[in-house]
Design a protein around this ligand. Structure first.
Ligand code: S3P
Length: 449
């Protein structure tokens, strides 16, 4: 009988100062989309700076299983995708294995809904408990023959469409880039113009990539005089043309090192080539409002996305009421921001963040449980949390197989009085395969076994 794989545990020792000049890996959202668009384009797409994390490799394997030839990633993180056009995918022989990746399953739902062939997708234990009704329902409105389990969780089955999908005008019930992107991707296979209105600003990598691949898309901001509301429209029947993609460094990964630099007792870290897309900079807004010493230098454009270098210095952080506008712009960064809050003077309050409960784990509860274990006072609300800064002690943390929970508590060791043991850290490899080596390079002390 084969032995079950032992789960990876991080053990940290207290750290003090940090220093370094680092580059974080490629952006996860852009890497996923580069494979998807490259596969559906006519011609060959060259991707530079691809994130070789398990989530993006899952997306790559799905497209390989549908007959797309993809080379790489090589040791320099280059990938070449030999696209076959919008109608060039072939039926996968088996159920597509999505692993831990919500972005893959939700965006692929939009693509597969438009195919004539049947297919099915499922993932790991965590993904298979996450809500898919948010994509299945609008796709059904588009006349897609698609279903999930009765409780809305995976597997997602696409039963193949006999004709074109139907365009819809859809108001997103929540600010979600994954749902928006799913509907826009299905919109390429629909008769007429599909319109999605988002209630809050979410990452716009899909819209930017549609434009980069030559597919017309219209973006109208400030709908009904509300600057948070954006309407995106796409007409079916156009084509994608291959192009070269340069993936910026992932600001979500950079945030762990921003927080590390800010909470350390002394030192400075420079993080190079970080994607600064305005729909992703919520963490910078929040950490600056907490009086974090972050300086943005060398701002430039690379591959259609703004990038910059960030210089972070040890700071005396102050608790704040987080602006609800920053919530969708910092949605993946809250676990790390909660560590900054635990090291700040006073109380930090977050509301309007109920989406955190349906990420790779329930991130409000998982973070609260870990912070309380380490001696930090916090109060949980349905849509947020209050965290009062204090002394971080030592203890054992359950990451709930969530990469960002694991990395956040690893960073907290910089201010801990003792050792922290973090359980079930394998999924750090989904988004940040070299996290431990980079963290140790700047002055943390993390061992993994
Ligand atoms: C993502 C969108 C966000 C984010 C996820 C990546 C994307 O999810 O949390 O990590 O690439 O579109 P939601 O759309 O569910 O907020």
């Amino acid at each position: 009988m084969s032995q079950a794989k032992k789960a990876l545990t991080f053990t940290t020792r207290p750290g003090h100062s940090v220093s370094g000049d680092i580059i974080v890996p490629g952006d996860k959202s852009v890497s996923h989309r580069s494979i998807m668009f490259g596969s559906l384009a006519n011609g060959t797409t060259h991707i530079k700076g691809f994130l070789p994390g398990q989530d993006c490799l899952a997306t790559m394997n799905c497209f390989k299983a549908m007959g797309i030839e993809i080379e790489g990633p090589d040791s320099d993180h280059n990938v070449t995708v030999h696209g076959k056009g919008l109608h060039g995918l072939s039926q996968p022989k088996e159920q597509l294995d999505i692993g831990n990746s919500g972005t893959s399953i939700r965006l692929l739902s939009g693509i597969l809904a438009g195919q004539q062939f049947s297919s099915s997708m499922a993932g790991d234990v965590s993904l298979n408990t996450r809500p898919m009704a948010r994509v299945v329902e609008p796709l059904q409105l588009m006349a897609a023959n698609i279903s999930a389990r009765e409780d809305g969780t995976p597997p997602v089955h696409c039963h193949g469409s006999s004709g074109k999908l139907k365009a819809i005008d859809y108001l997103l019930p929540m600010a979600s880039a994954q749902v928006k992107s799913c509907i826009l991707l299905a919109g390429m296979y629909a008769e007429g113009t599909t319109t999605v209105t988002e209630p809050g600003i979410t990452r716009d990598h899909t819209e930017r990539m549609l434009t980069a691949f030559g597919y017309p898309v219209t973006v109208e901001k400030n709908i009904d005089g509300d600057e948070q509301k954006t309407r995106i429209s796409i007409e079916g029947g156009h084509e994608l043309t291959a192009c070269d993609i340069q993936v910026p460094g992932d600001i979500s990964s950079a945030t762990f090192f921003m927080v590390a630099g800010l909470i350390a007792k002394s030192g400075e870290i420079t993080i190079r080539n970080v994607g600064m897309n305005p729909t992703r900079i919520g963490a910078i807004n929040i950490l600056k409002a907490m009086q974090g010493n972050l300086t943005i230098i060398n701002e430039r454009m690379a591959g259609g996305e703004p990038v910059a270098d960030i210089v972070v210095k040890a700071s005396k952080l102050q608790g704040i009421d987080i602006s609800e506008r920053d919530v969708p712009l910092a949605i993946d960064e809250f676990p790390a921001i909660f560590i900054a809050a635990a090291c700040a003077n006073g109380t930090t309050r977050l509301r309007g963040a109920e989406e955190l409960r349906v990420k790779e784990s329930d991130r409000i509860q998982a973070m609260a449980d870990g912070l309380i274990e380490l001696g930090i006072e916090c109060t949980v609300f349905a849509d947020g949390i209050d965290i009062t800064g204090g002394e971080i002690g030592s203890g054992t943390i359950h990451s709930h197989d969530d990469h960002r929970i694991a990395m956040s508590f690893a960073i907290s060791s910089l201010r801990a009085t003792g050792s922290i043991t973090i359980l079930d850290c394998d999924n750090v490899a989904t988004s940040f395969p070299n996290f431990v080596s980079l963290a140790n390079e700047v002055g943390l002390s993390i061992t993994q076994a």
